[in-house]
Design a binder for this molecule. Sequence first.
Ligand code: UT7
Length: 328
Amino acid sequence: MGNVNAVILGTGRAYPEGVITNADLETMVDTSDEWITTRTGIKQRHRAADNEYTSLFAVRAARQAIERARIEASDIDLLICATVTPDQILPATGCLIQAELGAHRAAAFDLVAACSGFLYGLTLANQMIRSSQSRYALVIGAEILTRYVDYTDRGTCVIFGDGAGAAVLGGTTSERGILSARIRSDGRYAEQLFSPGGGTRLQPTAETLSGGMHFFKMRGNELFKVAVRSMIEVSTEVLTEAGYKPEDIKLFVPHQANQRITDAVADKLGVDSSKVYSNIAMHGNTSSASIPIALDECVESGMLQEGDLVLMASFGGGATWGAVLTRW
Ligand code: UT7
């Protein structure tokens, strides 16, 4: 093959049936539907039951993506599971998913880049396919964030939800596929969104558990500004590199962190609001899963057609951020 682009061949999504509404949260912390709706755009978020776990939803989303890509699981040679909420520390959730799918030829691993994990995964898969190291790649974003949410902290518990999304990528010599991809991070922002306990630095003990050290801590207000600035910067970079302008975009699919972040980024980039996809009202912030879930919804509803120019952008804990421009 000559110049190969990596193109998304199929997508899938899955989430728990359980839901927490804003009305539910009103009974748990000092908040209101009015505050949550106007400050975040969220109305409900999915929440896994105690016997549900990350790979369960990842496998369901992946099976759908594989079927839609019209390949077999055994064709996959690269499997990336982006997650900050793995089934367990060892082995990688990617390997557990691999076994469940029967994707035995794949190199499977986990990628920790928080809400940017899916775009990090797409960026790596793109390079592996372009360099012919990989023929079919499966990139999954899967999270059970609610396990790490402190339901006494109104600043975080209203935001996060659970779910999984997946995409299968393959090579094409057509004009379609990923045109430009950029990933970035800055560890100086590490403590703006983090879980201090449970690792080797602050081992899990009765004290760390009772002190809530395994819960997510977030300085949301500070992150907000960095998120808007970074997503605009990196989106502009991928557009410029590929020779496009914001008005050329058919669909903008940002990480669903907060409706106000999405609106601010789209507005400052100059993308018309009619081209911006949002599902935050129904899912909340599902971290690495939010973009692949959104893509799958767009495909299913017919919003996304072959040949459409699609911009994806994300920002998350780390801090990490990235953007991918693709011709669908
Ligand atoms: O996923 C990617 C990484 N994460 C992000 O990008 C998160 C970005 N940040 C956000 O989405 C927003 O910062 C939040 C939704 C988390 C918070 O919204 P905000 O507008 O930044 O609120 P704030 O933290 O500045 O707080 C404003 C006020 C405070 O009250 P006072 O001090 O002004 O009296 C908070 O205590 O709102 C209060 N507040 C709430 N009130 C009712 C904070 N959370 C709530 C709540 N319900 N749930």
